[in-house]
Design a protein around this ligand. Structure first.
Ligand code: FAD
Ligand code: DLZ
Ligand code: SF4
Length: 508
């Protein structure tokens, strides 16, 4: 009998496990744009447009390869509205008795597929270097999980940037040579632009019509929607930006939202590019002497290390991971995360570029929006909802461990050994935001003091019981204790005043 091969919106890989297991002669491929997927998170308009455009393009490619494809558009009158509903409808039409698919990157859908009234076989997603079982084996018996150890094992296992059993260049990690603040560079190569053909144009119009109130603008939509475009983005990054990626990966510049970042996360997460080919391209450029080892290693670590590691953690920890709240934070997410209406220049710039581009790079996500939410004690579920919605690359398997774990410490230290917090000093060092800010980054208390400065101590003070025993935080508490009582009091009062303003919905 016929089987359905279901391809979800982030499974657009020609060599995905379900297509590999399929048979062009008897199986039918199903892709469906459905309301349920469009609304489980407050998706940015560009993310909706990218998903639908890439799905449509992929369906065309499969047809050309000789597959029987049944494609449901969002506005088709017979659309059942959910993935399971669409599978059931198509199974009825085709007389199919089984659905083959790649296991989704989210517990929500895995559970829905298991509970479905028809047989849905979920094949392991082998587009990653490290399978879920491999990760579980690695994690077994370890008191704590640390990315660096996992990463070294992955380097050995893949041979990427290895010379025999030694890391290329002698070091596993070159971060100490990185972390430079950036200067505006008028000669930096602009990002490649992708033509909006009729298909993309039509999807953009549909998103504007169907989701007029969703967050974000579509004017600057410029994401690869096909493998061919994604390959062009990869080639552009390797040729122009990888060279400086390492040194400037933590830098932030007002007026330069992209810097030397690759902008490849959406293509990777949709399946348009494989993690292996991206890492191999970076390695080849390094071996050819075109890029220095600290850039190639820093870049490969993000993909071979962090990306694989967070996915491993997400599936290891189980469906309750996203509801953890180790620090018992319950404040509502400030409205300016959506509106950008804040006097804090760093937050305003990050939110505005997020609105316009559906993109912010890692340090903006971690040390600006993430840092502020953590210091202010925002409910991590609301923080996760925001990150899952607003970024072009957001899927729960990668978003949740980064947000709940790395950024909000809501998992109590599974992903991060200590909270990623900083005062304004760090932002001032790594960016040029403070020069144009209404607040004074040098002031520690009072109305004009940078809010990060007082909230930082407020966070440490209110979570003292949990963190003062942490070896890596002892010096910080010693510093706090050495400050005069009046100084500490002034900082805590300043922080309290900011928190009161947040709670009252007043402008901060
Ligand atoms: P580059 O800086 O060029 O990095 C290269 C690649 O490395 C990325 O494309 C990405 O695939 C990978 N990578 C880098 N850092 C990470 C990381 N921490 N975890 C996983 N992969 C990584 N990334 C997502 O793909 N989806 C998300 O939903 C997401 N949410 C995040 C939420 C928070 C709070 C934080 C702090 C980080 C989040 N990240 C997420 C990780 C990271 O910020 C993005 O992958 C990166 O900014 C994407 O831009 P880029 O492609 O230009 O990355
Ligand atoms: C993100 C997304 C959106 C917006 N829409 C669809 C859709 O209509 N149909 C579909 O198959 N997939 C969509 N996706 C991607 C899924 O949400 C994604 O597969 C799951 O979150 C698992 O990672
Ligand atoms: Fe951000 Fe503080 Fe600098 Fe203003 S002064 S840009 S709030 S770090």
């Amino acid at each position: 009998p016929t089987r359905l091969i279901a391809v979800l919106g982030d499974q657009l890989s020609h060599d995905g496990a379900a297509l590999r297991a399929g048979d062009k002669a008897r199986d039918v491929v199903v892709l469906a744009e459905v309301r349920e997927e469009a609304s489980y998170a407050p998706h940015h308009k560009q993310k909706l447009a990218l998903t639908f455009a890439a799905m449509r393009r992929f369906a065309d490619e499969l047809s050309r390869e000789g597959w029987q494809v049944r494609y449901t558009k969002l506005t088709d009158p017979e659309n059942a509205g959910s993935l399971v509903g669409e599978f059931a409808r198509r199974a009825g039409e085709e007389g199919a008795d089984e659905v083959l698919t790649i296991a989704p990157g989210e517990w929500r859908l895995r559970e829905a597929f298991e509970a479905a009234p028809l047989k849905i076989r979920q094949l392991p997603d082998d587009r990653f270097f490290c399978s879920e079982t491999r990760f579980a084996d690695w994690a077994k018996g370890r008191k704590e999980l640390r990315m660096e150890w996992f990463y070294r094992e992955m380097r050995r296992e893949t041979g990427l940037l290895m010379e025999g059993d030694k890391p290329a260049g002698g070091e596993w990690n070159y971060d100490k040579e990185n972390r430079k603040p950036a200067q505006a560079d008028l000669f930096r190569e602009a990002a490649p632009t992708f033509r909006k053909d009729a298909l993309v144009q039509e999807v953009i119009e549909m998103v504007e019509a169907e989701f007029p109130d969703s967050f974000g603008g579509l004017d600057q939509f410029n994401w690869p929607v096909s493998r061919a475009q994604a390959l062009r983005a990869l080639a552009h990054f390797i040729a122009h930006n990888l060279v400086e990626f390492g040194p400037y990966q933590d830098a932030m510049l007002d007026g330069d939202p992209l810097l030397y970042h690759s902008l490849l996360s959406s293509s990777l997460n949709l399946g348009l590019l494989s993690a292996r080919e991206v890492c191999e391209a970076a390695e080849a450029a390094c071996r050819a002497g075109k890029v220095p080892i600290q850039s190639a290693e820093g870049f490969i670590r993000q993909i071979l290390g962090w990306r694989e590691y967070v996915r491993g953690v997400y599936f290891l920890e189980g469906p309750d991971y996203t509801s953890r709240n180790a620090l018992a934070h319950h404040r509502d997410l400030p409205w300016f995360y959506w509106s950008g209406e804040t006097d804090m220049a760093c937050l305003r710039a990050t939110v505005e570029q997020t609105r316009d581009l559906a993109y912010a790079h890692h340090i903006q996500r971690l040390m600006v929006t993430g840092n502020f939410a953590l210091l202010a004690g925002v409910d991590p579920a609301q923080v996760q909802e925001w990150y899952l919605g607003v970024y072009i690359d957001a899927y729960e398997w990668v978003e949740a461990p980064n947000t709940a774990g790395m950024s909000q410490f809501a998992d109590g230290g599974v992903v991060a050994s200590k909270p990623y917090i900083s005062s304004g000093v760090y932002i001032d060092k790594m960016s040029d935001y403070c020069a144009g800010c209404a607040y004074d980054v040098k002031a520690k208390d009072g109305d004009r003091a940078c809010p990060f400065n007082s909230l930082y101590w407020h966070f440490l003070d209110r979570h003292r019981d949990r963190f003062e025993g942490n070896m890596r935080m002892r010096m910080i508490y010693r510093n706090w204790d050495r400050q005069a009582p009046e100084t500490r009091k002034a900082k805590l009062e300043t922080a309290e005043a900011i928190l009161r303003k947040l709670d009252a919905g007043a402008r901060v």
